[in-house]
Design a binder for this molecule. Structure first.
Ligand code: FUB
Length: 456
């Protein structure tokens, strides 16, 4: 009963608290962890693991059943594509827990998702699309080296076409993947866990973990130099890194990328180059109700010194400037969000992904929308199960900013029955942050919102 109260209190905290309109964490509509960004055709695909809302309610720590996907083309607005893979995709895996840090990589038009199942080794899924559906092509474990240590796989394809898979806690292991990406040649090798390679561990003497290397390896290459970022100990983790002229080492420890911050006992790195900048992803416990088992992914712009070393970063409010203003004259999913409060993401087989507003005045913000010469109409696919007095206000620049119009939300039915509502709006032009503010007196699920679009 005590746990039930704690769970309910956490849920209330999640949906009622405001932590200010930052850009971090990237996802506010559910907990997310272990960011694994991938750049493909001008879009960032951010795969994450997913901490369930009631994780640790039973005192058993992580509760992780599936993996999610978010995308962005501007680095400030992220579209939720929901759950793209889960333990259920592996017929041979234990189904009750353990969907830890995943990573996706593309090769010859196919997308390979390397999935650790804690206490069950590592499997691989493949799809023709980064959005899935993902299928298990081999029907068995890909890596079966050590039942507990086989976690946090990170794939990497070098310029000569050789692919590698690194992984592991407390040791760092690797194999050379074959061109099919679903098998490997040769033995599993271990990167020697030396102080030269990973730095001396501070604090307690730890024979199993003599260095700062803990888990969460991430491979990245820049100007012919290989970088290995990793979650570093002692707990609570910070992010450290090493470099090498060869992917198989020897690696040289280079120091701290991000110190211990953010109230989660884990952290987890991911690095990409995108549209001329570099970005560093990580996680913390910043959302209301957040903690070591209820984490949230964040991103910072990464900078390098002239000698190639990484400029150390702190956890901040995040990326403020969009890389490309959003076009409001094409259909935009309601789950494309730069910031939200009181909103939960939903998905089903009929509608796909959509959002629900949990209380009066819940809102979403879409950053840097370019209305150009002007919009005069607005249309939304929306609905509610409540009769009367449910509406959505469209406002500019702040949650209480200029009111462009109000959509009355009809009682369309449930979240599988929708209405397409079109209204006249006040003439608007130029670039603005756009707010949708949800109004209604119901105790929960005030309305459902699928997509929107402005008309000139
Ligand atoms: O999310 C579960 C585990 O926590 C990951 O596999 C580790 O990297 C740590 O973030």
């Amino acid at each position: 009963m005590k746990h039930t109260y704690k769970f309910i209190a956490t849920l209330i905290a999640i949906i009622n608290c405001s932590i200010g309109e930052a850009q971090n964490p990237i996802v506010q509509t559910k907990y997310s962890a272990d960011p694994a960004p991938m750049v493909h055709n001008g879009t960032v695909y951010l795969y994450t693991s997913h901490d369930e809302d009631d994780a640790n309610a039973d005192g058993k720590g992580f509760k992780m059943l599936n993996w999610s996907l978010y995308t962005s083309t501007d680095m400030v607005n992220w579209t939720d594509h929901g759950i793209v893979a889960s333990l259920k995709d592996f017929s041979w895996a234990k189904q009750d827990n353990g969907a830890w840090a995943v990573q996706c990589i593309e090769r010859n038009g196919k997308f390979y998702l390397y999935c650790p199942m804690h206490g069950g080794n590592i499997g691989v899924l493949v799809s023709d699309s980064p959005y899935g559906p993902f299928k298990d092509p081999i029907g068995k474990k890909l890596i079966n080296h050590h039942i507990w240590n086989d976690i946090d796989p990170t794939p990497f394809i070098d310029e000569d076409g050789q692919a590698y898979l690194f992984w592991g806690n407390p040791g760092l292991y690797y194999v050379k993947l074959n061109k099919d990406m679903t098998s490997y040649s040769g033995e599993v090798k271990q990167i020697p866990n030396t102080i030269e390679s990973f730095g001396k561990r501070e604090g307690e003497k730890n024979d199993i973990r003599p260095t700062t290397y803990e888990e969460g390896p991430w491979l990245y290459k820049r100007n012919s130099l290989y970088y290995l970022l990793f979650a570093a100990g002692p707990i609570s983790e910070h992010i450290g890194y090493s470099t090498s002229k060869s992917i198989t080492g020897p690696w040289k420890y280079q120091g701290v990328v991000m110190p211990t911050q953010g109230n989660s006992f884990t952290n987890h790195p991911g690095v990409i180059d995108f549209k001329g900048k570099s970005y560093f992803f990580y996680h913390n416990a910043a959302l209301p109700g957040g903690g070591g088992f209820t984490r949230s992914v964040c991103v910072e712009e990464a900078r390098f010194n002239k000698d190639g070393s990484i400029v150390q970063m702190n956890m901040t409010e995040g990326i403020k400037q969009s890389l490309k203003p959003l076009n409001p004259y094409v259909r935009t999913e309601a789950e494309t969000i730069s910031w939200s409060e009181g909103v939960k993401s939903m998905e089903d087989n009929v509608t796909g992904n959509y959002i629900t507003a949990k209380y009066n005045d819940a809102f979403i913000k879409v950053k840097q929308v370019d209305f150009r010469k002007g919009a005069s109409k607005f249309t939304a696919r929306i609905g509610t199960t409540h009769n009367g007095n449910v509406s959505m206000e469209i406002r500019l620049d702040t949650k209480d900013g200029e009111l462009l119009g109000t959509v009355n939300v009809p009682m369309a039915g449930g979240n599988d029955k929708w209405a397409l509502q079109t209204i006249d709006v006040k003439k608007v032009s130029g670039i603005h942050d756009l707010y949708f503010v949800f109004k209604g007196e119901a105790k929960t699920d005030i309305l459902y919102f699928d997509y929107w679009k402005f008309l000139k």
